[in-house]
Ligand binder design. Structure first.
Ligand SMILES: NC(=O)c1ccc[n+]([C@@H]2O[C@H](COP(=O)([O-])OP(=O)(O)OC[C@H]3O[C@@H](n4cnc5c(N)ncnc54)[C@H](O)[C@@H]3O)[C@@H](O)[C@H]2O)c1
Length: 384
């Protein structure tokens, strides 16, 4: 009997990659996917080596994407790879996603969606035409307490929102930015591979997405002040972005890769006229509810007081910490429902619209900074 799992292909994410293991474990987590093949590395030998390491036969490890598509299309639909995860450096997302979309594959793509806003819009147009599922892995939206934050805000627990604030601080680029040789060999600092931005594109875009995901407000215009540290470095490694949002809400995004000593400190804080909610990724199982004149409340996953969306993303009873792998697993679970045409809740996985809005944010942040830190509007064409 053939497997009923979704047949998954993977591009990138091979040995030495950062994100590959997260996707492989996430895909396995709810028993919905089976990894069939793909191209794990740029180099063929490395790709075969990666396949060996995860115990995958070599017959569906391809040399290039054209061969991948040609060979898969020769197979009966019951055997063919159905969905493909794109986990390569940014500049390959667009050409890979475009070819896959044109040939009817579902796509799970890493962020940022593309290297330009124009490419992102083209992928959106194609995905609408092809009616395939297209997810963009803003991983943090998969955390149970982030989902809980979204649902509590939707229910009105905070009252009218009056301030949104997200920080994403890392320190990893600090030793690299001060070393001319290392600076040249890091793809995230190469505009050909990374796109127009480093810090805002890599992590500022997570902050943008998480604010919109939890608060429901739409960021409408932004003013960015970026830091490149060296005059000969074309890529931002730090930035502060002021936000004007729907419903007259104002806010701020602070993103940095030179926040020395910081690891992966993404935090989101939403304040209403009744209460505030605060979440920190490095302690993801705590959601802080702050109310005027009352003691601080700490909400945790798995309890019956959580929303259905949050509980959907919790596998174990309270007190069993779940983390980043589980967050990505929850996103893969949501995508599997969409691929199978099953019903799912809004917020179960980030879609191409989130990816397109993210690209608008990145491009507009660069424009704002270059034009002397001026206000620039985010394109409102793409909203759910
Ligand atoms: N969602 C998140 O929180 C998150 C976190 C980290 C990275 N990312 C994103 O994931 C993507 C990859 O980042 P990374 O840090 O894993 O990069 P990486 O440099 O660590 O790994 C990239 C992988 O892609 C492979 N590759 C390169 N060219 C290829 C090609 N032509 N065909 C097939 N494979 C190829 C490399 O061999 C390597 O295995 C980026 O878009 C990044 O923004 C997202």
């Amino acid at each position: 009997m053939s497997s009923t799992k979704i047949r998954l292909g993977i591009l990138g994410g091979g040995k030495k990659s950062l994100i590959g293991v997260l996707h492989r474990i996430a895909a396995a987590m709810f028993d919905q996917y089976q990894i069939i093949g793909g191209i794990f590395n740029h180099n063929w030998e490395d790709s075969i080596d990666s396949a060996n390491k995860i115990g995958l036969p070599k017959d569906r490890i391809y040399t290039d994407l054209e061969t991948f598509i040609q060979e898969e299309l020769k197979l009966p639909t019951s055997e063919r790879i159905e969905a493909v995860s794109i986990l390569t450096p940014n500049f390959l997302h667009y050409p890979m996603a475009k070819k896959l979309l044109e040939n009817g594959f579902h796509i799970i793509c890493e962020k940022p969606l593309t290297t330009t806003y124009q490419e992102a819009q083209e992928l959106y147009r194609l995905s609408q035409e092809k009616k395939t599922v297209f997810a963009v892995t803003y991983t943090y939206t998969g955390y149970p307490m982030i989902r809980q934050m979204r649902e509590m805000i939707k229910e009105g627990v905070l009252g009218n929102i009056q301030k949104v604030d997200a920080q994403y601080y890392q320190g990893w680029i600090n030793p690299i930015i001060h070393n001319t040789e290392m600076r040249k060999s890091t793809w995230r600092l190469d505009p050909e591979k990374s796109g127009v931005s480093c810090c805002i594109g890599d992590i500022g875009t997570h902050a943008f997405d998480i604010i919109e995901y939890v608060s429901g407000v739409k960021i409408q215009s932004i003013l960015a002040d970026l830091n490149h540290v060296y005059d000969d470095n074309t890529m931002d490694v730090d930035g502060t972005v002021l936000l004007r949002c729907s419903d007259n809400v104002k806010g701020i995004i602070c993103a940095s890769q030179i926040a020395t000593g910081e690891e992966n400190s993404i935090e989101v804080k939403i304040y209403g006229d009744k209460a505030g909610l605060k979440w920190e990724q490095e302690n993801p199982n705590y959601l802080y509810l702050m109310e005027e004149g009352k003691p601080l409340q700490v909400l945790k996953p798995g309890h019956s007081y959580n929303s259905d969306l949050s509980l959907e993303g919790t596998k174990l009873p309270p007190g069993h910490p779940e983390g980043i792998f589980d967050a990505m697993g929850n996103i893969y679970k949501g995508v599997s429902k969409a691929i199978r045409n099953e019903s799912y809740r809004s917020g179960e996985f980030p879609t191409i619209i989130d990816g397109v809005r993210g690209m608008s944010f990145i491009e507009k942040a660069m424009k704002s900074h270059k034009n002397g830190n001026v206000w620039v509007a985010i394109d409102e064409k793409y909203t759910v």
